[in-house]
Design a protein around this ligand. Structure first.
Ligand code: 5GP
Length: 112
């Protein structure tokens, strides 16, 4: 199988701005931000979409890492996961979006 886009970013074959990294996760700035701060928290272990992760500890570590990354940059934030093409997913390597940095009260509502 050819590597995913995010595997190529993890391998530094494709440049990105890395804001966090440990043995199991990387967080990068989104190339086309949909908020003043828009990060992607990506497990290095590849799964196509988040609902492929069936291990509770693995799922928990992913969300805890997303919260840690978010809290390192933002007081308030939104965590979003697009699941499948019908859910808006475009990169089929599991990731959590961290969005924030809006002026107080100006965060868009769902569907906005
Ligand atoms: P999805 O739609 O799969 O939930 O989100 C994929 C995200 O990856 C999008 O927000 C898109 O802007 C971002 N993205 C796509 N290609 C690249 C890239 O080459 N580098 C970075 N940093 N982000 C990317």
């Amino acid at each position: 199988m050819s590597p995913t886009l995010f595997e190529r970013i993890i391998a530094r074959e494709i440049p990105s701005t890395v804001v966090y990294e440990d043995d199991d996760y990387i967080a990068i700035k989104d190339i086309a931000p949909k908020a003043p701060v828009h990060l992607l928290v990506i497990p290095k272990k590849v799964s196509t979409r988040i609902d492929e992760i069936s291990d509770a500890a693995e799922m928990g570590r992913l969300w805890l890492t997303a919260v840690k990354v978010a809290q390192s940059q933002l007081a308030d934030y939104r965590l979003v996961v697009n699941v499948g093409a019908g859910g808006g997913q475009e990169v089929f390597h599991t990731h959590i979006h961290v969005l924030g940095g809006w002026d107080t009260g100006s965060a868009v509502g769902f569907g906005g």
